[in-house]
Ligand binder design. Structure first.
Ligand SMILES: [Zn+2]
Ligand SMILES: [Zn+2]
Length: 403
């Protein structure tokens, strides 16, 4: 402890301020390694031969409460599941200001009272919690308000990756707030606050929320399909986010089983993941494979249709923002690639197109031409106006994307 050197003039001034050993030592917290602030304070006092005051003019005896703070922190942290934790604290702003003013007066910058409290409370709480402290990405931050000894927990979200099939043309991918009341509840939505009774998000999200005892769920899909489109095949990747989960180690097999009770959507391949996966999922631009049931507005024969289908191989098309989404998207012309198209005739005069397209292609408009806004289009090439009756996504080709 011989390496603890401090400015005697500053120390003399500091000692005259009626500070407890913690607050005195903390002023010199950046010198003298391997000792606590109250040890530093005692050394200073010993060398100057001045006794400790009754109370502390700065912290008002806050450090005497460390045990109580630690017990409250431990109790709170132990009420939730986590692999690690971190302690934070709120200190009376007047105390924080007074400390800064003292530094200025003495011409010194010590360690802050918050830093010392966090460390001391954490040290005392650690044996009661039995989980390691994590500074970078803690799953739980227990923030204690030192005025009231109240603890507030901030739990990092739970992220669950999976793939979904949408088996209904009547539900959207995510919660869709009522257009009239914006979610508050009104006669238009039967007081549900929603345009649709349920969604791919809610079917799994509500169950996961209950299992994790969380606050809210958020759904991050790798793109989305129209409400009236099915999502078939291997499904579309998504990440489900549960905020403030009290339980983290939930049984994903049970979640999958319970969610798959629904006839509207199915889920598979659930696995825990992290926030990074949300970004990857949202930024991915995989090609998609669709199946479209197409009705021509006139007579066509098989050879014509198949010929036109085969002509679209790696063809770049110009797509102006479709009329149907014009009101919510900027009017732009996008270049999109049609990788391939296959056709199969049905008995009722319609035909099915299976096609793979670049991410962001408006498939209905590629088929119809959208009154000349999509060029070239299937209708234009066929010479007969065609409309898409049903459109399903049969594959999200993301295998390259996630590498
Ligand atoms: Zn003090
Ligand atoms: Zn409403």
């Amino acid at each position: 402890m011989d390496d603890f050197v401090f400015d005697a003039d500053i120390a003399a001034k500091a000692v005259s301020r009626d500070l407890c050993d913690h607050c005195l030592g903390r002023l010199f917290g950046k010198s003298g390694k391997g000792m606590t602030n109250d040890e530093r304070g005692r050394i200073i006092r010993d060398r100057l031969g001045i006794d400790a005051p009754e109370g502390c003019a700065l912290c008002d005896g806050l450090f005497d409460l460390t045990d109580r703070f630690a017990e409250n922190v431990a109790e709170s942290v132990n009420s939730v599941e986590s692999d690690n934790f971190l302690v934070g604290c709120k200190v009376d702003p007047a105390t924080v200001e007074a400390e800064k003013a003292l530094w200025k007066e003495l011409g010194i910058e010590g360690e802050s009272i918050k830093t010392e409290l966090n460390r001391e409370i954490g040290k005392t709480a650690l044996p009661m919690i039995n989980r390691p402290v994590e500074f970078k990405n803690p799953q739980v931050v227990a923030c204690i308000d030192t005025r009231f000894a109240d603890v507030e927990l901030d739990l990092s979200p739970l992220f669950i990756y999976g793939r979904y099939n949408k088996l209904s043309r009547e539900i959207p991918q995510t919660i869709w707030p009522c257009r009239v009341c914006k979610g508050k509840g009104c006669p238009r939505c039967g007081n549900t606050g929603k345009m649709y009774q349920t969604s791919v998000q809610e079917i799994i999200g509500d169950i996961a929320l209950e299992m994790a005892e969380g606050n809210e769920h958020f759904f991050h899909g790798m793109g989305r399909e129209d409400i009236d489109a099915l999502m078939l095949g291997e499904g579309r990747p998504f990440v489900l986010e549960i905020s403030q989960p009290k339980k983290r180690d939930i049984d994903l097999d049970e979640l999958e089983l319970r969610a798959n009770d629904s006839d509207l959507a199915h889920y598979r391949g659930l696995a825990f993941t992290d926030r990074e996966a949300v970004k990857k999922t949202k930024l991915a631009t995989p090609t998609k494979t669709y199946k479209a049931r197409v009705r021509p507005n006139g007579k066509v024969n098989k050879e014509q249709v198949i010929g036109v289908a085969l002509s679209f191989r790696d063809v770049c098309i110009d797509q102006r923002t479709p009329r149907r989404v014009e009101h919510r998207r900027a009017d732009l012309i996008r270049k999109r690639n049609i990788l391939w198209v296959e056709a199969e005739m049905a008995d009722d005069g319609t035909f099915d197109l299976t096609l793979e397209t670049e991410s962001g292609t408006y498939v209905k408009e590629f088929v119809s031409g959208d009154e000349g806004r999509s060029i070239p289009s299937f209708s234009e090439a066929l010479g007969v106006e065609c409309t898409v009756e049903t459109l399903d996504v049969i594959a999200i080709n993301d295998q390259e994307e996630l590498k």
